[in-house]
Write a new protein. Structure first.
Length: 302
């Protein structure tokens, strides 16, 4: 009876019957001399892939000289070494590779999910503060200068310090030979001691300084009679001149803290008066004095 026949069949025989049924897909294409039969191979595959046969692809197996078996599935080719194996052991080795190839085909068939919209992170604006330029410290300066229209010359020593990054204060004192002259047998000479207090605007990008200061000039006048005027005695007196001054200075750094300074300026002097001897002018002091100088500046690091 058909029922009694079905109960007596093993799994391998049942699979062979199903494969041989009309209309069943040809899943295995086995060549000769493989060393195992279709039932052994299907049983071994089912231990790894319980739903077998569950593929639309034909698995083609061919013996390669008795030591290897080739597997071709849907354009994929693998070779399995089987030297020293036979029967079920050989079938199990080949089944492992068949399952790996079929699972690889299943993974390749998966369609990746389309990427979602791009995630835009909020932009973070990082503000970089401008570099902080520390104000320069104290700067002593020694300057040699000449001026006119009456030819005068001397030296001055100055000290400046920072108020802000660009603005500085200035204090300066000098010793100049003042104008000299002669009248009625009397030689007249002067020593000027200009004292300045002012402000400097430092333009770092150009190496320039612009200055404006107030100036006070004590003048020490000496009148010396010539031999022909022995009846006169030598006299000394002090005069004062006041005014305002403007300057421009340019500096370039030398070695270490030293810098070379080139400066020029103009002074407008009030309270200047001529020096007379017996009604005759011996020295006519200036109301406007132009001057220029060259010197060295020393920067004291703060």
């Amino acid at each position: 009876m058909p029922g009694a026949l079905s109960m007596g069949m093993g799994p391998g025989i049942l699979l062979a019957v199903l494969v041989a049924l009309p209309g069943a897909p040809e899943v295995l294409d086995l060549g000769p001399d493989l060393g195992f039969d279709e039932a052994m191979l299907s049983s071994a595959i089912r231990t790894r892939r319980p739903g077998w046969p569950d593929t639309e692809h034909t698995v083609k197996l061919r013996a390669l000289g008795g030591d290897a078996i080739s597997i071709d599935v849907a354009g994929r080719h693998r070779v399995v070494p089987t030297s020293g194996l036979s029967g079920e052991a050989r079938a199990r080795t080949v089944a492992l590779t068949v399952v790996d190839v079929l699972e690889g085909l299943s993974l390749a068939a998966l369609t990746p999910e389309p990427p979602g919209p791009p995630v835009r992170l909020p932009e973070k604006v990082i503000s970089v503060p401008p570099p902080v330029i520390a104000p320069d410290g104290l700067e002593p300066t020694l300057l040699g200068a000449v001026g006119g229209p009456a030819l005068v010359g001397g030296v001055s020593a100055a000290l400046s310090g920072s108020i802000t990054e660009e603005l500085r204060w200035l204090a300066e004192v000098g010793v100049w030979t003042g104008p000299s002259g002669r009248a009625r047998g009397v030689a007249v000479s002067m020593i000027d001691v200009p004292i300045r207090l002012g402000l400097l605007l430092r333009l770092r990008d150009y190496g320039l300084e612009l200055g404006l200061d107030g100036v006070a000039i004590p003048r020490f006048v000496s009148a010396t009679p010539e031999p022909g005027r022995s009846e006169l005695a030598a006299t000394d007196r002090a005069l004062f001149a006041f005014g305002v001054g403007a300057r421009v200075a340019w500096a370039t750094e030398l070695a270490g803290p030293l810098a070379l300074v080139l400066a020029t300026g103009v002074d407008a002097l009030m309270s200047a008066s001529a020096v007379e001897v017996e009604g005759t002018t011996a020295v006519d002091t200036e109301h406007v004095r132009l001057w220029g100088g060259l010197g060295l500046r020393f920067k004291v690091r703060s």
